[in-house]
Design a protein around this ligand. Structure first.
Ligand code: DGL
Length: 281
């Protein structure tokens, strides 16, 4: 372990134990929102890697490198367990994260194909996710596990997370992108659409409108939060009510502050953090 990491490890002992939550950017706030609703007093620390978003069109090496950095940072800040609120990082980096830190429990997210297979009436399911998630081995296995009786139409949505990351959920560019990405799913006649990227939860209403009446949307944020509460909640000591909801970003704090106050129904402190110099380009 290098000196920098040892320093962080020592520091962690002095920090308030918390649950760490992270994403490439602001998408994981949709999971944080559900987690907060279920754990109103628990110390939560969210890291948005907005200085490096989006992940969905990056190499696996880049995503693993960033995810490791964030995990080390969260542990140094006192995280006793981590929610990877990012489908792309879960699909690509979680095995490496688990083996590099076996003592830290990790809860990941994945596209909700199982609930979609229960929900669908006509057997046709669409999945919207990043190119990285859809190209991953984990997604291939997840698709295979659904067996016969359902037809899955995956739709990689390059650029969509980046537009959401900009924060203007009503921009015409964003609406046009959603219209374009959902066209294939409309043509396939799907009656259920899985949101396979945590960013997309914030434009669910636009996706619903673009898909039309009767199409059901599957977002697993509440289910992931429930799983995190059961798995990580018991690791926390009795809650300390001060400064329990912190957001950090590798991007601009003002931008995250504006998004958090518009998208989240609770108050939080927001700060920017500097990123590791050794991150791959
Ligand atoms: N929110 C992320 C996900 O769930 C990643 C989006 C991105 O950075 O491309 O996949």
């Amino acid at each position: 372990m290098d000196a920098h990491l040892q320093f962080r490890e020592r520091n962690a002992q002095a920090k308030t134990p918390c649950i760490g939550v992270c994403d490439s950017g602001v998408g994981g706030l949709s999971v944080l929102r559900s987690l907060r609703a279920q754990l109103p007093d628990a110390p939560l620390l969210y890291v948005a890697d907005s200085g490096h978003a989006p992940y969905g069109e990056r190499s696996n090496e880049y995503i693993i490198d960033r995810s490791r950095w964030i995990m080390d940072h969260l542990v140094a800040e006192g995280a006793v367990g981590i929610v990877i609120a990012c489908n792309t990082a879960t699909a690509i980096a979680v095995p490496e994260l688990r083996s590099s830190r076996p003592g830290i429990p990790i809860v990941g997210v994945e596209p909700g194909l199982k609930p979609a297979a229960i929900t669908t009436r006509n057997g046709r399911i669409g999945v919207m996710a990043t190119p990285g998630t859809i190209a991953s081995e984990k997604f291939r296995v997840l698709m295979q596990a659904q067996g016969n009786g359902v037809t899955i139409t995956p739709r990689p949505c390059p650029g969509l997370a980046r537009l959401i990351e900009e924060g203007d959920l009503n921009s015409s560019q964003l609406r046009e992108a959603i219209d374009g990405h959902t066209a294939l799913l409309r043509a396939a006649g799907v009656d259920t659409v899985v949101l396979g990227c945590t960013h997309y939860a914030f434009v669910r209403h636009h996706i619903e409108a673009a898909m039309g009446h009767g199409v059901r949307i599957i977002d697993t944020a509440d289910a992931v939060a429930r799983h995190a509460v059961n798995t990580l909640g018991p690791l926390l000591p009795a809650a300390d009510a001060t400064d329990t909801m912190r957001l950090q970003t590798t991007g601009e704090a003002d931008r995250l502050r504006a998004i958090a106050s518009a998208w989240l129904p609770f108050l939080c402190t927001v700060e920017s953090i500097s990123t590791a110099a050794e991150t791959l380009p």
